[in-house]
Design a protein around this ligand. Structure first.
Ligand SMILES: *Cc1c(COP(=O)(O)O)cnc(C)c1O
Length: 412
């Protein structure tokens, strides 16, 4: 594992022991607590090694074959490889792999298709819309006129009838589908139909499920959406970053929206690491991984429901679960703190209805560690024990240490 090897090689430790200590401390935290944050994962040693490579030194504004800097002939090959692998992996006509993050990919998608003041229909923030889907604190809410659709109060499922009605009423220039907290598959075909009916672009923000799509464990938005935005670091297990997929007819607009409109120089080390991750995601092992992620999440959701948590939509189709712990006599915010003290790291999230905060968790990272349904049962009973006050924090912490000790994210 390159982090420890670098440190053992004493380069950083000798030059900057203070920082080396921090890196080792974080490696230890990641290895001895349970990473249940739905957006996180453990990228491979190969991905980390591309990230820590001298490609980080290279300035490369522009695109392969058309750079504003000299000396790009080798990094051009890396970017072409990343683009070709992304296109093949997702069956897309065009891929832009330069976005620095998921948010900047969304910004670029809007820049490619919209003008300030345009109306955009997206999942409302209280129901799991991302900041970039119209938050007043974000550029999106400031520059565009967002209308929010919601989820059904009973089922927690996207209210597709409301999507249709709001689209007809507001005639948005674009419709966004995608969420930070929606545990079910999204009906991309239906979104396409509504977008076509009102003459809107369809933007899929698949930041979360794109890794499942890569592994064939979730439906792909690529055949339906005009533009697909994604991250590369969630279930997909690559470096922190963004990516955009689209048809050939929008390729030039998307590329210009990324550079020079929203970004300067591309981060070539990250792009190389994206290429590595796309290569990994194309393997049979990754298909098995993606399906195991979903099997683990389904098992965990059922076990948590049996322990008395109210699981939104009654379960999950993906890696992601949201749940209300109120029946155990605890609110989401207090629950997160108590779980963190016991070494179970997860997020709070908005719940579809009412003001209470819930819990959001995911199985991408623990599945990378090799955990399966048996370990999900251990995790569920640990969670429930800590939340109900039945298990002492220190005892739970010891059990987490025991479990994580058997499933190290990095070895060697
Ligand atoms: C994670 C996420 C993003 C943003 O990704 P960052 O890399 O954190 O900027 C955007 N949209 C959705 C739906 C996400 O889940």
């Amino acid at each position: 594992m390159p982090v420890t090897r670098t440190l053992e090689a004493d380069v950083l430790r000798r030059q900057d022991p203070e920082l080396a200590e921090i890196l080792l401390g974080e490696l230890d935290r990641q290895s001895t607590t349970l990473q249940l944050i739905a957006a996180e994962n453990f990228s491979s040693p190969a991905v980390l090694s591309a990230l820590g490579s001298p490609l980080a030194n290279k300035y490369a504004e522009g695109y392969p074959g058309a750079r504003h800097h000299g000396g790009c002939e080798i990094v051009d090959v890396a970017e072409r490889l990343a683009v070709d692998r992304a296109k093949a992996l997702f069956g897309a006509e065009h891929a832009n792999v330069q976005s620095h993050s998921g948010s900047s990919a969304v910004l670029a998608a809007y820049a490619a298709l919209l003008r300030p003041g345009d109306t955009v229909l997206a999942l409302g923030l209280p129901y799991g819309g991302h900041l970039t889907h119209g938050s007043p604190a974000n550029f999106s809410g400031r520059w565009f006129d967002f209308v929010g659709y919601g989820v059904d109060a009973e089922t927690g499922l996207i209210d597709y009838e409301q999507v249709r009605t709001l689209a007809r009423t507001h005639r948005p220039k674009a419709i966004v589908c995608g969420s930070i907290a929606y545990p079910r598959h999204i009906d991309y075909a239906l979104f396409r139909e509504v977008a076509d009916e009102v003459g809107a672009y369809l933007i899929a923000d698949a930041a979360h499920p794109i890794g499942l799509v890569a592994g064939g464990a979730a439906p792909s938005p690529v055949p339906y959406a005009d533009v697909v935005c994604a991250t590369t670091h969630k279930v997909l297990r690559g470096p922190r970053g963004g990516m955009i997929l689209c048809g050939a007819e929008l390729a030039e607009r998307v590329d210009r929206a990324v550079f020079p409109f929203t970004q300067g120089g591309a981060q070539m080390h990250t792009i190389a690491a994206k290429a590595v991750a796309f290569g990994e995601a194309a393997t049979p092992a990754f298909r098995l991984y993606a399906h195991q992620v979903v099997a683990n999440a389904r098992a965990l959701a059922a076990l948590l429901a049996a322990e008395g948590l109210v699981v939104t939509t009654g379960g999950t189709d993906t890696h992601l679960i949201t749940a209300d712990p109120a029946l155990l006599g605890i609110d989401g915010r207090t629950a997160r703190g108590r779980l963190a003290a016991a070494g179970l790291v997860l997020d709070c999230c908005a719940l579809p209805h009412g003001d209470a905060r819930g819990l959001r968790l995911g199985t991408a990272a623990v599945t990378t560690q090799g955990m399966g349904e048996e370990e999900m049962a251990t995790i569920a009973s640990l969670l429930a024990g800590v939340l109900s006050g039945g298990t002492e924090s220190q005892k739970a912490r010891d059990q987490v240490r025991e479990l994580t000790g058997r499933f190290l994210p990095y070895t060697g």
